[in-house]
Design a protein around this ligand. Structure first.
Ligand code: PLP
Length: 401
């Protein structure tokens, strides 16, 4: 039989963060221990979901909540999401505005699917969290990256955003706090983005998966600022509730003028086709949302120390420059690739992996604005961060002029 050919659509899909894992696995097969700073999964480090939520997950299974739930999610959970979002963002929503999803990944897939026809465009931040680029391409639509300005802490370049809007633009995606840069946007910039979206009558998609992982300042949602522009918010259990493996998230609509009615209907239909998110995970999420959040203070203290350490060490290395992240758990340094033997940032990452056994992600995997950078997570314990930074320092001394 002939080899079965995948679709052209599928060939456009890549995920840099996981792609670099393959060469790392080869080293591990040889018995080499690799320091992994590539994946933003806090649960792989010394963070975990709150006990009360874990207990609720087990109880839900034991008590027989092993059925399909309603496609839009169990009502109690949708109500708990409303409570959380009202409290945090002061948004005027009800449970009818909330859909529970198999994490933000499903929310973004379905929303972009419901929004775009082939050839339509979605404005995404550059550098960007790769699935926004990949899924948009998979749907035969076009991700268009708006520049974010590194020297100003990776804040969106609004002139560039304006210039890139066409009659095919269907939405502006905002990722705040940002992956991969760790940027946190202030109210002024968010209001300006809402103004741009309003001028062009398009919605804002706001990915807030890191909303409570900030250090000096608090996160602001465009959903809490909008008067007329519709905002579709994505959030979930993966990062703030330290439950990446539950695959549970949600989206909600802040829609002051009810302009999203048809889109919501389309999203609702797509959600019905995929049946439902995991039912026991929804019971766990309910407990996570309603239960105490005091674990977060400790976690944030730990993360802040780790961020400060990695930022300080990176700032001291020659041929590397870095902005201080204000949220999430990523740092996105620039490397003077031209002062080393590498062709590009991917070669730099592979060389660093093979010679020093530390795995980071090449910046170009986050789109064209990521070129000549790399992304590292500062989730590991301080001794591991120190060790990784010692190796990077040594590596840069050996390789660069
Ligand atoms: N959105 C952003 C900005 C992310 O960084 C990530 C994961 O790294 C996700 C969404 C994925 O979230 P989930 O686990 O809810 O699918």
């Amino acid at each position: 039989m002939r080899k079965v050919a995948p679709s052209k659509r599928a060939s456009s899909v890549e995920y840099a963060i996981r792609d670099v894992v393959i060469p790392a696995r080869e080293l591990e097969k040889k018995g080499i221990k690799v320091i992994k700073l590539n994946i933003g999964d806090p649960v792989k480090f010394d963070f975990d979901a709150p006990e009360h939520a874990k207990e609720a997950y087990c109880t839900a299974i034991r008590e027989g909540h092993n059925y399909y739930s309603d496609s839009e999610g169990i009502e109690d959970l949708r109500k708990a999401i409303v409570e959380r979002e009202r409290k945090k963002n002061n948004v005027d929503i009800t449970s009818n505005d909330v859909f529970v999803t198999a994490a933000v990944t499903e929310a973004l897939q379905i929303t972009i699917g419901a929004l775009t026809n082939p050839g339509d465009q979605i404005l995404v931040p550059g550098p960007s969290y790769p699935p926004y680029i990949s899924f948009t391409k998979f749907l035969l639509a076009e991700p268009v990256e708006y520049r974010t300005v590194e020297d100003e802490g990776w804040i969106p370049d609004l002139d560039d955003m304006r210039k890139k809007i066409t009659d095919k633009t269907r939405a502006i995606v905002v990722i705040n706090p940002n992956n991969p840069t760790g940027a946190l946007y202030d109210e002024k910039i968010l209001r300006e983005i809402l103004d741009i979206a309003g001028e062009h009558e398009i919605p804002v998609i706001s990915d807030e998966i890191y909303d409570m992982i900030t250090y000096e300042k608090k996160h602001i949602s465009p959903g809490s600022l909008t008067k007329d522009v519709p905002v579709i918010v994505f959030n979930g259990m993966s990062k703030v509730y330290f439950a990446t493996g539950w695959r549970l998230g949600y989206m909600y609509f802040v829609d002051p003028e009810n302009t999203l009615e048809n889109l919501r209907d389309a999203i609702g239909r797509l959600l019905r086709v995929r049946l439902c998110p995991s039912t026991p995970a929804q019971f766990a999420a309910l407990e996570a949302l309603r239960g105490p959040m005091d674990y977060l203070n400790e976690y944030l203290k730990k993360l802040r120390r780790r961020r400060d350490l990695m930022y300080r060490r990176l700032s001291e290395i020659e041929n590397i420059s870095v902005q201080k992240p204000e949220g999430a758990f990523y740092i996105f340094p620039r490397v003077k690739i031209e002062n080393g033997p590498w062709k590009d940032d991917k070669e730099f990452v592979l060389d660093f992996l093979r010679s020093k056994h530390v795995l980071v992600v090449h910046g170009s995997g986050f789109g064209r604005y990521g070129i000549n950078h790399f992304r590292a997570v500062y989730l590991p314990q301080e001794e591991i961060i120190e060790e990784a930074m010692n190796r990077l320092e040594e590596f840069m001394k050996e390789r660069t002029r």
